[in-house]
Design a protein around this ligand. Structure first.
Ligand code: IPT
Length: 950
């Protein structure tokens, strides 16, 4: 029977042979057999290199390799992953694909379990195969399919036998379907989701649609289960026992992402019982707003790709659960499943733990933008059946999830009739949900005006309704389906977006791009990114732009986001001890939370306690009086820290988990004073001033007491962040590049004079780059009170500065330092527009622990608002507060590194004490820092007091 037809690979049709789509459920009382595990595997270089005799009975595959299913063969030693953002890694000539088309033949032998019923039917379901597969069972062809992140089910009952079944699957990396799957991610072929044999008893459940709505006026839920096969629906907790197709109204507690109330039920037909998890909720577009259960909601969302650093898009349940738990613990309430339907179990978790979901179809044709969208499949009727197939596979699979409130047509696919056809079909099939698509500026097919990476000022215009647009669009609410590009250090500017979302009703929030860095664990590189596998075309570390690192450690960006979107806000005046507590939930009261306070002086808690948590309704506030400050609590810099923590264990975090906090200053900091009390004493080649020893010729500090110090001197350079560098298509000024152009990474220090005065040592310099007339006149003035050494730096810019400074401060090296203590912002890093989560306190760390491991090394690890820091035997106090950074390599080494493994500790610790840092923004795919976070080259004065810690 061998023949070599591969025409289906380039066929625009969705495939043939599969059963009609239906609702997905994790289990029922019908038997099933997982076919996951080790499969025999053979890789060929082209689609037709081998005939299909491997699918025939009795084929001997003993010399084949093996792969784990679910999995991607390129992550299991066969071939390599490729990363491109939107460029197709093959010539654009739809529907053709390259002759070089890695093709993985997969074989799986299985026996039926002893108790497998003799009667009934059976199906085999593939939950995800990239990108095109042809399937045989026991030598008989079942069909072929495309649609990588969608389920495909085949009837197999007539072919099954008790033992020695052989399932053969031929998977092609490239197919016509690849043109529809141009998402910004690794190209990863393989059978990457579960394969399951399902028994279908006689009279089994077919497709079914649970309609569970909630009337917020009457408090009643209405349940109607439409079922292809008639049966009964029982919900014991509600005392319900009714026929399918029959509606019933009962008082219920509604489902929301904040209060994910589910009722367990059963759908029973003659042959099968399927567990139901029913959430009653009603989603409407009303008064130009997205309302659930009668209330407008605010999305505090994130875009989630499926990612695991070893297994790619083959995710296990524990990893999916970890994602949802991490989201809940960081105050997120929404997820867009960018850019394809996730593993279906992920949606079960969203139902159970509570997240609003935009379920997005597996569709992106972004690469056509390079040819002005010519030949775009979504505007070509030949492709419309494939698009409708994808829409149906998604909607039918996921329609019973209360968490799903939006269907999204796809991402970055331009516009076209095919999209309209999808939207029409979806609206018709499921009128009880809304339709999202970002690419259609006129909102012809959608129920929400959605954009990505719009700048703050434009978002504000939209909020005020001044953005114009089509008549239809003007009536619609607005979301940012992507914003705050979390690539590398950042995003900056989150708080400023949130402030807009809260100010204007029309703005219903957004979804940060994106959840996780798609770094691939690599033996030499730590985590690999685009280009690390020798791809001829790639987009580098643009694939590492998540709020969590590849191993799911939260990055500072996630900690920042958690703070910015916290559902309880405290506003007040620490000095008079009043706090206004604002409930920023959309639905929940604050009964799940407890209120804790601490009174702190100079960062140390003097007294702490709890207060009764008031119960303001969602959206309202209550004024509270804090206790009397402790009598001995005056003197230093005092503040209140108030915290809202979980009062009890929840499904997603234990009791005591912090949800929100604030600090209210009571008394101001006392700045360090050093009254000059000694004159510099010149010796041979050195000058002494109090505890300081200086080089007489250069004026450089050599020692403070017994601590060796090199420097300090002026430093303006930071290893540019991805957001400093910006994206190549950015029309805004890309300062990372301009800073290099103007030589800020190679500033020269000219010594103009070292002057010993009566009470000071003064060093005059000009710090400037070769080739340019811009410069910074810098004067270091050293004084001492005998014990401590004060450095005052005064900086006066010269020339025409057209760029801001990356940083402004001093850098020096210490011979050794490990433990670090400080009083200031912490515990994590912060930058001017990403410092909401930095809290004032006493913190301890090590130099290594101060580093933030961005997958591509770049500026990181600054601590904000530092009053004093101790390390390496030195104590440094700042006037004013400063930014502190310490690392075991120089900025130049940090900048040169491509991967974390390029960074090796040197024999010194480099310390930066900064008066200012430039903001971070999110220009790697969005706006740069807002003007208020610019570090402009302006006259500046700042000082540090050094002493030896004994
Ligand atoms: C946008 C894409 O939708 C998303 O998949 C990702 O590529 C993101 O950018 C950047 O990481 S599209 C872009 C042109 C704004």
């Amino acid at each position: 029977m061998s023949f070599r037809t591969t025409t289906y690979v380039e066929d625009v049709s969705p495939g043939r042979g599969a059963l009609p789509p239906r609702a997905w459920y994790p289990s029922s009382d019908a038997k099933s057999l997982s076919l996951n595990g080790s499969w025999s595997f053979r890789l060929s270089a082209t689609a037709d290199a081998e005939d299909d005799s491997f699918a025939t009975e009795g084929y001997d595959a003993t010399d084949w390799a093996s792969v784990t299913v679910p999995g991607h063969w390129v992550l299991q030693g066969h071939g390599s992953p490729i990363y491109t953002n939107h460029l197709y890694p093959f010539p654009v000539d739809p529907p053709h694909v390259p002759t070089d088309n890695p093709t993985g033949d997969h074989l799986r032998r299985f026996d039926l379990p002893e108790d497998w019923p003799a009667d009934g039917e059976a199906t085999i379901r593939f939950d995800g195969v990239e990108s095109c597969a042809r399937v045989w069972l026991n030598g008989t062809e079942l069909g072929e399919f495309k649609g990588s992140r969608l389920p495909h089910e085949f009837a197999v009952g007539h072919l099954l036998r008790p033992g020695g079944n052989v399932l053969a699957v031929r998977v092609h990396q490239w197919s016509a379907g690849s043109y529809l799957e141009d998402q910004d991610q690794w190209w990863l072929p393989g059978i990457f989701r579960d394969v399951t044999l399902l028994h279908r008893p006689t009279g089994a459940v077919g497709d079914f649609f649970v309609h569970a709505s909630y009337d917020h006026v009457t408090g009643e839920g209405t349940l109607l289960v439409d079922s292809e096969v008639a049966g009964r629906v029982t919900v014991p907790e509600l005392g319900l026992d009714l026929a399918t197709g029959e509606p019933v109204a009962v008082p219920v507690e509604p489902w929301t992402a904040e209060t994910p109330r589910l009722y367990d039920g059963v759908l029973a037909t003659k042959g099968e019982q399927v567990p139901l998890r029913i959430g009653f909720r009603t989603v409407v577009l009303e008064d130009g707003l997205i309302k659930v259960n009668g209330k407008a909601v605010l999305f505090k969302g994130v875009n989630r790709h499926e990612w695991h650093p070893e297994n790619g898009r083959a995710l296990d349940l524990a990893t999916m659960r970890e994602d949802v738990l991490l989201m809940k613990r960081h105050n997120l309430n929404a997820v867009r499943t960018s850019h394809y339907p996730p593993h279906p179990a992920f949606l079960d978790l969203c139902d159970e733990l509570g997240l609003w979901v935009i379920d997005e179809c597996d569709l992106e044709t972004h690469g056509f933008t390079e040819q002005g969208w010519r030949d775009n499949p979504v505007d070509d009727d030949r492709w419309t059946p494939a698009l409708l197939d994808r829409a149906a596979l998604m909607v039918e699979r996921d329609k019973n999830h209360p968490s799903v409130i939006f269907w999204s047509l796809g991402n970055e696919a331009g516009t076209g009739r095919g999209l309209t056809a999808m939207a029409e079909w979806i609206h018709g099939r499921d009128p009880d949900r809304l339709v999202h698509y970002e690419g259609d500026l006129g909102c012809r097919d959608t129920d929400v005006y959605s954009r990505m990476y719009a700048f703050h000022d434009e978002v504000e215009q939209i909020g005020r309704g001044l953005d114009g647009g089509t008549h239809k669009r003007r009536e619609l609410p607005f979301i940012l389906c992507e914003y705050a590009h979390a690539m590398g250090n950042g995003p900056g500017g989150l708080a400023d977006y949130q402030e807009l979302f809260e100010r204007y009703d029309r703005l219903q929030g957004g979804f940060v791009w994106e959840w996780i860095d798609h770094g691939i664990r690599h033996p030499e590189l730590g985590y690999a990114y685009g280009g690390d596998f020798g791809e001829e075309l790639h987009d580098g570390n643009f694939v590492c732009d998540g709020l969590v690192f590849p191993d799911r450690t939260p990055s500072p960006g996630l900690v920042e986001y958690k703070k910015v979107i916290e559902p309880v806000r405290f506003e007040g005046d620490g000095a008079d001890g009043t706090v206004r507590l604002v409930n920023r939930y959309d639905f929940a009261d604050l009964s799940g939370l407890a209120l804790e306070w601490a009174y702190q002086v100079d960062g140390e808690t003097v007294e702490a306690g709890t207060l009764a948590m008031p119960r303001p309704a969602p959206g309202s506030s209550v004024d509270l009086k804090l206790p009397e400050p402790p009598a001995d609590g005056r003197g230093g810099e005092a503040q209140w820290t108030v915290r809202a923590v979980l009062a009890e264990d929840t499904a997603w975090a234990p009791r005591g988990h912090e949800v929100a906090w604030a600090q209210l200053p009571v008394t101001e900091r006392v700045k360090p004073t050093v009254v000059p009390a000694a004159a510099p004493v010149s010796g041979e080649r050195i000058v002494r001033l109090g505890p300081g020893t200086f080089d007489a010729r250069t004026g450089a500090l050599l020692r403070v007491g017994g601590v060796e110090v090199s420097g300090p001197r002026l430093d303006v350079w930071r290893a540019p962040t991805d957001n400093d560098d910006g994206a190549e298509w950015q029309t805004d000024l890309r300062y990372g590049l301009l800073w290099r152009k103007f030589g800020l990474h190679r500033m020269q220090h000219r010594l103009d004079g070292v002057e010993s005065g009566t009470d000071a040592l003064t060093v005059r310099t000009r710090v400037a780059p070769a080739a340019w007339e811009i410069g910074l006149d810098t004067v270091y003035r050293w004084t001492t009170d005998g014990d401590r050494l004060r450095l005052s730096v005064s900086v006066t810019p010269q020339g025409d500065w057209t760029v801001p400074l990356p940083r402004l401060g001093v850098r020096f090296a210490l011979a050794r330092a490990d433990a670090v203590r400080w009083f200031g912002g912490g515990p994590g890093e912060a930058y001017p527009d990403s410092k909401s989560a930095s809290r004032l306190g006493r913190w301890d760390a090590t130099v290594d622990g101060l580093q933030t491991p961005y997958v591509r090394p770049q500026e990181n690890g600054a601590r904000a608002d530092v009053r004093w820091v101790e390390l390496g035997g030195l104590r440094i106090e700042g006037d004013p507060e400063f930014w502190f950074t310490a690392r075991r390599w120089t900025t130049e080494q940090l900048e040169a590194a491509r991967h974390l493994t390029d960074l090796t500790p040197g024999d010194r610790v480099w310390v930066n004490l900064d008066h200012g840092q430039h903001g971070i923004g999110s220009q790697s795919c969005g706006p740069g820092p807002l003007p208020q976070y610019f570090l402009r080259a302006e006259p500046a004065e700042f000082s540090f007091v050094f002493s030896e810690v004994r």
